[in-house]
Design a protein around this ligand. Structure first.
Ligand code: 1GP
Length: 248
């Protein structure tokens, strides 16, 4: 296995706090100067990494990633919608295969196109089984990937998908209700998936309060992602409350 300091960092976070907090920055919503300021706040609030990306990008990723990198010691981890969403100014990339879907392009196609650039840019790839879970509304990732999410009342379907990801050698599983989802991933589904795997579990989409984030951790999430809630009601205090609730 190649050495990967970002994964090592994630493991240290889990040892120290039992669970970790990732803040997602959507490059569409962030100008360069605003992003730089936000990066400092995210670090000071106690988050453990910054995810950068989205399903559909029109903004130039390079200056945004460069600004983030200059302002924070936290790992900058790309969270790409496709193989165009790459920059050398990040540290790592969630090397996602959309395993809940049956669209071959998002299972292996975009990954092949991205691989030589990930190597050229010396990004640390984090092989991740990405599972879309029905979140009550049609999300951008569902539309862009042309895949159907797993029904939210079917943990018995979600569990074997996650287990297959682990057996395929993936390093993490991401349960995604979709950015701005009406409903976050149900606790029962998180527990069912967690019981099937030994690799870390990321949960995101529609998590709007620190209390709900803590419940997801209690249910078995190792890492919580928030994006929209900070764009909508973004405050340093709220970010701190999320970090404290997740680390507790
Ligand atoms: C989306 O899981 C992330 O990919 C975060 O979702 O924007 O709803 O917090 P929100």
């Amino acid at each position: 296995m190649r050495s990967n300091w970002v994964l090592d960092h994630f493991n240290k976070v889990l040892k120290k706090h039992n669970a970790g907090y990732f803040v997602l920055i959507d490059p569409e919503q962030c100008e360069v100067a605003k992003c730089a300021k936000l990066a400092r706040e995210i670090e000071n609030a106690g988050a453990d990494a910054i995810l950068l990306g989205g399903s559909f990008l029109t903004n130039d990723l390079h200056p945004i990633a460069r600004a983030l990198k200059e302002e924070t010691e936290l790992p900058i981890v790309l969270f790409p919608g496709d193989s165009m969403h790459l920059t050398p100014h990040a540290d790592a990339i969630l090397y996602i295969s959309l395993i809940s879907g049956r669209n071959p392009n998002y299972l292996i196609g975009e990954q092949v196109k991205a691989a030589p650039w990930i190597q050229r840019y010396a990004l640390k790839p984090i092989p991740t089984g990405y599972m879309l879970i029905e979140g009550g509304n049609r999300t951008a990732v569902e539309f862009m990937s042309g895949t159907a999410p797993i029904p939210r009342d079917k943990p018995d379907i979600a569990g074997p998908h996650a287990l297959a990801a682990e057996y395929l050698g993936m390093q993490m599983v991401y349960l995604e209700a979709g950015s701005g989802a009406a409903h976050s991933v149900p606790d029962e589904m998180i527990s069912a998936v967690k019981n099937q795997i030994s690799i870390p579990l990321i949960v995101g989409g529609g998590i709007r309060t620190p209390k709900i984030a803590a419940e997801k951790v209690e249910a078995g999430a190792d890492f919580i992602v928030t994006g929209n809630v900070l764009e909508e009601n973004g405050s340093f205090e709220l970010m701190k409350d999320f970090a404290n609730a997740i680390h507790a």
